[in-house]
Design a protein around this ligand. Structure first.
Ligand code: FES
Length: 69
């Protein structure tokens, strides 16, 4: 299974791909992800992984923009 299609939030049925897309659109916190997608609104067990995805996507963006300059 592709890791981007992996479910991060089982309660809401939200995949890593959806979270990554939100991060690419400028989402920088679990709180704003919660507002956009509903992540971590129920049991909250997905919050840590969601945060890791946001951080890694942001790091990818930063390293990409640095190499393009
Ligand atoms: S797994 Fe995301 S709120 Fe429960």
């Amino acid at each position: 299974m592709n890791s981007s299609t992996m479910y991060v939030c089982i309660c809401r049925g939200i995949t890593a791909k959806q979270i990554k897309q939100e991060a690419l659109n400028g989402c920088t916190s679990v709180r704003s992800l919660c507002k956009q997608l509903g992540v971590a609104q129920q049991c909250g067990k997905c919050a840590t992984l969601a945060k890791e995805i946001i951080i890694s996507t942001t790091n990818e963006l930063n390293s990409t923009s640095t190499t393009q300059i």
